[in-house]
Design a protein around this ligand. Structure first.
Ligand code: NAD
Ligand code: GLY
Length: 385
């Protein structure tokens, strides 16, 4: 990582992501959005820029982004979508292709994703496929998008039969994360993003886990969002930088998720079953992952591969996120069915990424069913998170 400072502004961090497909910088700073035009112009010549956003994000940051681009002679136009998971569809993509064609966009044009993971995944998918690929820039505005989805090049839309089934590995040209945009992010979304940040601590970086413990477990009188944004903005930015560095290391070794990158799916096997078992309406993605991480840690303890003391610490930290309790109508059989539906669909074994200590994981294929059932029952009984 190298850090740089823009004139008169706060510190800007720069992390280089190196993959076989592309090497690109991720800039992180407070007010980084103001420098969007400048940062893109260092990489691309002035051109037509399709800025994709959703209505919440565009209302706060659309104009700022357009101004910054115009100041550097880009010709931007903004497409504002309703937002929400339903936007990750082939029909939303088709509408964006039409807008790009109407605007005469060619391979020297750029697509810019201004928003959370939904906008990033969709705009990235359109960029990967429009004219067989045009450059795209990620401007993540949720914590989840800053620490995870904007980096690494997974772009996708959903299919009626499942999430993210139509997609590509297509790396962005540049990522610019502005920490100050998190002030307007709803508290629940903030906590869901924190779950993904905690994930890096558990799978890779014990020190990050301990720093998050210090920040969150010792500050029970305030919410995580208030704690970080009102008192410890610079600390949060450093945590986000740590996450991006870790993701960069993982993705540079295994861009296409053949092996190492699978550890980023820690918490996702149970988490995805909870999302699917509740019709994708009850939990935010990060909340389901938080539950899934608690369940995976407990499963690891039951298998005897993780010290129960670590399970307690993991669960204590995840509890700071105030994830909604398991819905009353959810039962064990529904969760099990959702777990095994995935397995059938992919024609693969049921795979769990399990922690063996803080910062280390192992891959566990098809653990004993009675243990899986016990963990699900503990979760449903409110004993875990
Ligand atoms: P999201 O994009 O839906 O954003 C969450 C909500 O916050 C939306 O209502 C949005 O309008 C609002 N919002 C965003 N930024 C805001 C801001 N700064 N101020 C006010 N409101 C703001 O959700 P998300 O959690 O960012 O992303 C979830 C998506 O990301 C899922 O589709 C998931 O599959 C995908 N994802 C992708 C990857 C990847 O590697 N590509 C990784 C993880 C998740
Ligand atoms: N979000 C998981 C990955 O990028 O692989």
């Amino acid at each position: 990582m190298n850090t740089s400072t823009t004139a008169g502004e706060k510190k800007m961090y720069k992390v280089k992501i190196r993959t076989e497909q592309k090497t690109y910088p991720v800039y992180l700073g407070q007010k980084a959005l103001d420098s969007t035009g400048q940062l893109i112009s260092a990489i691309l010549p002035p051109c037509t820029a399709l800025v994709v956003s959703d209505k919440n994000v565009a209302a706060h940051y659309g104009e700022k982004c357009l101004k910054s681009l115009r100041d550097k002679s880009f010709e931007p136009f903004l497409e504002v979508l309703e937002g929400g998971e339903k936007e990750k569809s082939l029909s939303s993509a088709a509408a964006l292709y039409s807008r790009a064609l109407e605007a005469g966009m060619d391979r020297s044009s750029v697509i810019i994703a201004l928003g959370g993971g939904v906008i990033g995944d969709l705009a990235g998918f359109v960029a990967a496929t429009y004219l067989r690929g045009v450059p795209y820039v990620q401007l993540p505005t949720t914590l989840l998008a800053m620490v995870d989805s904007s980096v690494g090049g997974k772009v996708a839309v959903n299919h009626p039969l499942g999430k993210n089934l139509i997609g590509a590995f297509y790396q962005p040209t540049l990522v610019v994360a502005d920490g100050s945009t998190l002030h307007t992010l709803p508290e629940r979304e903030f906590n869901a993003g924190l779950a993904e940040l905690i994930k890096y601590g558990i799978i890779w970086d014990k020190k990050l886990f301990e720093r998050l413990e210090l920040s969150l477990s010792n500050n029970k009188n305030t919410t995580p969002k208030k704690h970080f944004l009102e008192m410890n903005c610079s600390r949060l930015l450093k945590h986000i930088v740590s996450a991006v560095i870790i993701k960069g290391k993982i993705v540079s070794q295994d861009e296409r998720e053949k092996d190492l990158r699978r550890i980023l799916n820690f918490g996702h096997t149970f988490g995805h079953a909870l999302e699917a078992g509740t019709g994708f309406h009850y939990y935010l993605h990060g909340e389901a992952v938080a539950c899934g991480m608690a369940m995976a840690a407990r499963l690891a303890a039951l298998l005897g591969i993780l010290d129960p003391l670590f399970v307690q610490r993991i669960i204590a930290l995840l509890k700071c996120l105030h994830v909604p309790p398991p819905p009353l109508e959810l039962n064990r059989d529904t969760v099990i069915e959702a777990l095994f539906y995935d397995k059938k669909k992919e024609g693969k074994e049921l795979v769990f990424i399990l922690p063996v200590s803080l910062g280390k994981t192992t891959v566990c294929k098809t653990p004993p069913a009675p243990l899986i059932e016990r963990v699900i029952e503990e979760y449903l009984g409110g004993e875990l998170i």
